[in-house]
Ligand binder design. Sequence first.
Ligand code: FAD
Length: 403
Amino acid sequence: MDFAPKASVEEFRASIRRFIADHLTAEMVERAHRTGTFHDWEFHRALAATGIIAEGMAGAGRESGRDPLELYVLFDEMGLAGAPFYGLANAMLVAGVIEQIGSDFHMSEVLPRFHSGEAIAALGYSEPGSGSDVAAAATRAERIPGHPGDEQVWLVNGQKMFTTLVHEAGYVILLTRTDPDLPKHRGLTMFLLPMDLPGIDFQAVDTMGGDRTNITYFTDVRVPDRWRLGEVNGGWDVMKVALAYERGVFGNMNQGVTLLRRFAAWAGTAERSDGTRLIDDPGVRRRLARIAIDNEITALLAVRPALLASQGRLPTTEGSVAKLYASEAYNRAAEACQEMAGAVGLLSPLHGAGGGAADLPDADWGFVDLAARDAPVTTIYGGTSEIQRNNIAEHRLGLPRAR
Ligand SMILES: Cc1cc2nc3c(=O)[nH]c(=O)nc-3n(C[C@H](O)[C@H](O)[C@H](O)COP(=O)(O)OP(=O)(O)OC[C@H]3O[C@@H](n4cnc5c(N)ncnc54)[C@H](O)[C@@H]3O)c2cc1C
């Protein structure tokens, strides 16, 4: 493997760093953490105005577009800067799906709204009874028989769990069951619903990691057929395209890098009762070195799917390997930092209600607590660690199917 970075990719990295320095403010980052909404319209629209969403990703039948390695760099830099980028990731993902599968209607009516930064989408896959086994979705879409007029209309009823950003979204991409008599993967149909259709409601769910997500309810929502994405009962084919984007390029953050940087900086100033600095303790240094090694491995694994896509190859289990390693390494790092920080590592600047770490001389505190709460959540969303292990076992190692 050639590890030398491409000059064009490094130039792109420099331009993203400049963009972040010019547009991302401390208030935006603070607001994202305070509200749990990792999307900021001002930042998002400024980024969309550079053309990055419209340019999209090259490959998968698309002749022009950004090198997948550049998109990897985009999200890598966003993650390192703590930028609120979830809306960007969802908009690019759904725009990519529309480009591959959408109708003329989607192309002309919806795609430009994603490209310009006017709208973002939420992902409506998981349900209370189907997360890992997402193909078991039960949200029902039924044709309304004898509907007057030219266009078929569907009646949608059901409930989606963890619809992150639905409270900001103009659209939700919705996995529905259209034929309960077919095998589960073959009875699904995907829709892209505008959020202003009557009968859609949602309520907030706050996670221990500080993210706000939602439960979304669909009650007798009348959906004209033009909002269908892909074939009737072909929803799983659409899902495969969507998951390829999510697992291939967008998903794998290296959160341990920021944690290590901040922890090492603090440990270099923190004095212990015997007057020595935390960073001078050989045990602390050894643990920090382990985190640094984990971060390096995470970075190499995370770039692999993008590198393969950049070479015109199709990433398969590489996304699972990277996601599994990145999230579990982040957990190891957060746990180690919390142990090394002692009681101070339990303080939170966000939930201290005036008595938290914001009162300490170093108001930077709270990042260890935040990481310790955030890290376990990263082993759940985008496919749990167990599911990634199953995927690797079955598709990389050729072991028998788990279920
Ligand atoms: C913060 C957050 C944001 C999210 N955002 C979105 C979103 O925007 N859109 C969306 O659709 N979903 C979203 N999700 C949902 C996420 O994809 C699911 O939580 C995840 O897929 C797990 O599904 P589940 O929660 O139903 O757990 P379950 O599938 O019920 O799993 C429970 C436990 O059983 C284990 N398990 C399940 N099946 C197997 C198996 N076959 N073998 C071994 N172990 C197994 C799991 O690993 C887990 O430990 C989000 C989740 C979180 C936490």
